[in-house]
Design a protein around this ligand. Structure first.
Ligand code: PLP
Length: 404
């Protein structure tokens, strides 16, 4: 059967392959520790679940407005005012089925075949594929560990062509945890002000999961003049441990949001009515429920980063937020390859080796567009993390011992 051309634009997901291999080993009875997952290991807070249960029992189980219930949209508006000091009207807000769906809608509403989208790497793996599905051309700008995983204004300027239609910014970042400072955002903003046709998509999914003392800022906080050129996307998924509920939202210029609503009206229609009530409870409820989760992620981060740096051939920068460590394993790969423990000298072979020998699943950096790294997620208990890192050290350092 013939398949549509657009399906060929999507790369087979490396992440999926890692999960499949890990599950196969588990099924064979191996004690595999998963450090691959990108979702909080906490349960959704009680008051959020209770709101959803009340919605079901109260019969709130029918279609809603495509772009979200008026009361949830108001909760989103209040959230932007409270957390981000940004003002929006209801016509500038759309609620969708998760942050991924929000991004999908933004791209479908604004990208034509041949339009270029600048994606700083390492990137969240879905960005390029969703762009390619719309016929857009992902333009990858590399920012490795030497530049703390952040692109410079000069790199941005250089990447912009007459075909550029969009820039994606994701801070704190999945996979690196890197955060753009005020000054760094101001530098990028100066370039973007000179290119008003470039739409900025600010993915603020991890805004609350911060490890330092600095408050979260996005590019609009630093440069309000970009308001008409920016769409902010966010979701309840990571902040409130609600990945399965599938509620994301976006805010931006009215005409872009209206086009996104049209796209959504011919695909999913409204997000699930019950999940919308839960998201409203999350956004309007006591925000204190976020803090214990952030504290746990910070503790795990503070444990994992020094540990990773103590492994021969591994280097890891402290993350500013999110719940990942993105370690440079190029030297470890070189040593393992030299000792014939890796057939190929790349990070996919490395993560396979870690899975086979240490029984720990990690995600290779190339899944995020940057070869030579591994991402580990802190979305697991401290005990699991300690045991996993102990095993990774043994697997990697056995090569070092052999080498000496
Ligand atoms: N953006 C980033 C940077 C993410 O890491 C993720 C999820 O991993 C998403 C968007 C999508 O989140 P959701 O689960 O709400 O679709």
């Amino acid at each position: 059967m013939k398949l549509a051309q657009r399906t060929l634009a999507i790369k087979p997901a490396i992440l999926q392959a890692v999960t499949t291999k890990a599950n196969r080993l588990k099924a064979l009875g191996h004690d595999v520790i998963g450090l691959g997952v990108g979702e909080p290991d906490f349960d959704t807070p009680r008051h959020i679940k209770d709101a959803a249960i009340a919605a079901i029992n109260g019969g709130f189980t029918k279609y809603t407005a495509v772009d979200g219930t008026p009361s949830l949209k108001q909760a989103v508006i209040n959230k932007f005012r409270r957390d981000n000091q940004l003002e929006y009207t209801p016509r500038q807000i759309i609620v969708s089925c998760g942050g991924k769906h929000s991004f999908f809608n933004i791209v479908q509403a604004t990208i034509d075949p041949g339009d270029e989208v600048i994606i700083p790497a390492p990137y969240w793996a879905s960005f390029p594929d969703i762009v390619a599905l719309a016929g857009g051309i992902p333009v990858i700008v590399q920012a490795d560990i030497a530049q703390a995983f952040k692109i410079s204004p000069a790199q941005l300027e250089q990447a912009i062509t007459p075909q550029t239609r969009m820039l994606i910014l994701n801070s704190p970042s999945n996979p690196t945890g890197a955060i753009y400072s005020r000054d760094e955002l101001a530098g990028l903003a100066q370039v973007l002000l000179r290119h008003p046709r470039v739409l900025i998509v600010s993915d603020d999914m991890y805004e609350h999961i911060l490890f330092g003392d600095q408050a979260f800022v996005n590019i609009l906080n630093v440069c309000p003049d970009l308001y008409g050129q920016t769409v902010i996307m966010n979701a309840v998924s990571k902040t409130y441990a609600m990945t399965g509920w599938r509620i994301g939202f976006a805010a931006g210029p009215e005409e872009i949001v209206a086009a996104m609503v049209n796209v959504q009206s011919q695909s999913t229609s409204n997000p699930t009515s019950i999940a919308q009530v839960a998201a409203e409870a999350a956004l309007n409820g006591d925000q204190a429920c976020i803090q214990p989760m952030v504290r746990a992620f910070r503790e795990r981060h503070d444990f994992a980063v020094p540990w990773l740096n103590s492994i021969g051939g591994v280097r890891c920068l402290p993350a500013g937020g999110a719940f990942y460590a993105f370690a440079d394993v190029r030297e470890a790969i070189r040593r393992l390859h030299e000792n014939r423990l890796l057939e190929k000298s790349d990070d996919v072979a490395f993560s396979d080796y870690i899975l086979e020998t240490a029984k720990v699943s990690v995600v290779p950096g190339s899944a995020f567009g940057t070869d030579g790294y591994m991402r580990i997620s802190f979305a697991t208990s401290m005990e699991n993390l300690q045991e996993a890192l102990r095993r990774i050290r043994l697997a990697v350092e056995c090569a070092v011992v052999k080498a000496s």
